[in-house]
Design a protein around this ligand. Structure first.
Ligand code: ZN
Ligand code: ZN
Length: 366
């Protein structure tokens, strides 16, 4: 046996306080894998955690949107979830959660709502096998997490957002049944919103995007948005509703997607959707953030409102196939506008919170 190898992991001791901890890199148990994290993005939900506004996570490891390289393979884990053989040195992506296949949600056909999804994600780093967060040198993948080998043509910068933003968006868009020829209104041009633009364009829809930052709207147009509305120019809800009415022949959007995390956006979205339309709400998750709204919109307009929590593991493969086919058509490699080393996690989180950067990535050996 060689010398024990140690890995590092960023640990939030309480909101907006970060430390680093070192632990021996574990050997994977049966069916498990250990990977070296190559790149991890700062996702919107990290900011909720960092800010102390996440419903569940109050301290511990951070980061869940990542790509890495296999360093050790546990007994019996010879392949990824498509049956492709895995070897040390392979680039992989993994779901940041697992499904237990035993709880009521899993057995009821909604594995994305699995009661035990965060059994490891929510575990504190001091508990072995320690490495359950992406802002660290290593990451431990348990047997029930989906794993896929990353096709050679997809660079890390593009693959890193597959296991959260892109999978989430494809699953959500499937669940809300976005159809060819429909008009799709996206509220918020952050990571989820921009990925949604690309997916919606491939579904043959007309895409409208609302955001308050011109640079983000510019990115939305680069991703194929047909029309953008700037909140800081069209400041009243009435004017924005009028604008969407104008762009949709007086009908309103067939489908809307909320990915802002701002309660007021939800009340506005109800007004933007046409009669009989569908509304997918994904951004608002902080408890206690409320907004007055007219529930009569739901009944008078016969709206369908839906949220999707996480995604089914197989969607991670769909995300990779989407990238393999369309990565050059959309500027996926431009999604990240600032790169930090592992030691710069705190700066990355603070700058993201202050909106000085739109989307930050941590590159471990950068
Ligand atoms: Zn995420
Ligand atoms: Zn379950």
């Amino acid at each position: 046996m060689g010398e024990t190898e140690y890995g590092r992991v960023a640990v939030m001791t309480r909101p907006r306080e970060l430390e680093f901890a070192e632990y021996p890199v574990p050997a994977p148990g049966a069916g498990a894998l250990v990977m070296k994290v190559d790149r991890a993005n700062v996702c919107g939900s990290e900011l909720h955690i960092w800010n102390g506004r996440h419903p569940v996570k109050k301290r511990g490891g951070l980061g869940h949107e990542m790509v890495g390289t296999v360093t050790a393979i546990g007994e019996g884990r010879g392949t990824d979830n498509r049956g492709v053989p895995l070897a040390v040195g392979d680039r992989i992506v993994a779901t940041y959660f697992q499904t237990c296949d035993r709880c009521d949600q899993c057995l009821g056909g909604q594995p994305n709502l699995c009661d035990n999804a965060y059994e490891f994600f929510g575990r504190q780093p001091e508990e072995a096998p320690h490495f359950h967060a992406a802002f660290g040198t290593h990451y431990y993948i348990h047997p029930r997490q989906h794993v896929y080998k990353v096709p050679d043509g997809i660079p890390d910068a593009v693959a890193a957002s597959a296991n959260c933003a892109l999978s989430q968006v494809i699953f959500g868009i499937d669940q809300i049944q976005l159809r060819y020829g429909e008009t799709f209104l996206i509220q918020g041009a952050g990571g989820l919103g921009l990925n949604a633009v690309a997916v919606a364009k491939e579904r043959g829809t007309k895409v409208l995007v609302i955001d308050g930052v011109e640079g983000r709207l510019e990115q939305a147009r680069a991703f194929g948005a047909d029309h953008t509305i700037n909140l800081s120019e069209t400041t009243s809800v009435e004017d924005r509703v009028a604008e969407v009415q104008r762009l949709t022949g007086g009908r309103g959007a067939d489908v809307a997607l909320e990915v802002t995390g701002v309660p007021a956006a939800f009340a506005e979205g109800l007004q933007q959707v046409r009669r009989g339309g569908r509304y997918l709400v994904m951004g608002n998750l902080s408890p206690g953030a409320t907004v007055p709204f007219d529930p009569g919109y739901v009944t008078r307009k016969a709206l369908t409102i839906k949220h999707v929590d996480r995604y089914e593991g197989r969607y991670l493969w769909q995300a990779l196939t989407f990238l393999q086919t369309h990565q050059h058509k959309y500027p996926f490699d431009q999604l990240v506008d600032a790169i930090f080393p592992l030691d710069g996690v705190e700066t990355a989180l603070e700058k993201s919170l202050a909106r000085e950067v739109t989307r930050a990535a941590i590159v471990m050996n950068g």
